[in-house]
Design a binder for this molecule. Structure first.
Ligand SMILES: CC(C)(COP(=O)(O)OP(=O)(O)OC[C@H]1O[C@@H](n2cnc3c(N)ncnc32)[C@H](O)[C@@H]1OP(=O)(O)O)[C@@H](O)C(=O)NCCC(=O)NCCS
Length: 171
């Protein structure tokens, strides 16, 4: 039986739904550590603008997972976004694909949508010449870490953050 959802390149008309999901992902990270992950009041607008731009970037892959909704209209239930990044001397990372966003709406989880999005993202990045895909996952997100491990990702880096005091003024 074919899956009840489809993963395809995001269209312009998907962008408002993708932006809502992107803002949700940002707020989720902000709740984990408000000092490390920012959110802005108009997060949806920012995401919509950014993803619209990235959709035109030949090195980027912006995908939507859709399923039939009410009245036969497609309903966006998830998205994935990644792009080709050049060699980075600071992190010693060769030119590769970087997976940036992945989110599946809660009501559509645990049905293979996330896996289909990750596989399609990996395929899109490989088609653009990436030898591997690298992602960052919040340490406070053990579910996502488990999902990525199931999908063949190995842990490679750990980000650590310390707050700084403002420098003292000289008298
Ligand atoms: C992470 C996320 C995208 C997974 O989407 P999903 O559609 O539920 O994932 P799938 O159903 O395709 O599952 C993929 C694999 O992970 C496993 N898995 C899914 N959720 C899991 C969980 N909470 N804990 C452990 N394993 C899990 C599945 O069993 C499956 O493994 P299998 O192929 O061996 O059966 C979804 O939970 C989500 O949107 N989370 C919030 C946003 C987030 O954390 N994004 C990642 C930030 S970088």
């Amino acid at each position: 039986m074919p899956p009840p959802f489809q993963v395809r390149e995001a269209t312009r008309s998907d962008l408002p739904a993708l932006a809502r999901l992107g803002a949700r992902l940002a707020r989720m990270h902000h709740r984990m550590d408000p000092r490390r992950f920012f959110v802005l009041p108009a997060m949806e607008d920012g995401y919509a603008r950014w993803l619209a731009r990235e959709r035109r970037n030949r090195g980027a892959v912006v995908l939507a997972a859709v399923r039939p909704g009410r009245g036969g209209r497609e309903q966006v239930v998830g998205y994935a976004y990644g792009r080709i990044e050049p060699r980075d001397w600071n992190s010693l990372r060769e030119r590769c694909g970087v997976g940036i966003d992945l989110l599946v709406a809660p009501r559509a989880r645990r049905r293979g949508v996330g896996k289909a999005l990750v596989e399609a993202l990996a395929e899109g990045l490989a088609r653009r010449g990436a030898p591997r895909v690298v992602i960052q996952v919040a340490t406070e997100n053990p579910e996502a870490r488990a999902v990525f491990a199931r999908l063949g990702f190995r842990p490679t880096m750990l980000e650590m953050t310390r707050e700084l005091r403002p420098p003292r003024r000289r008298a």
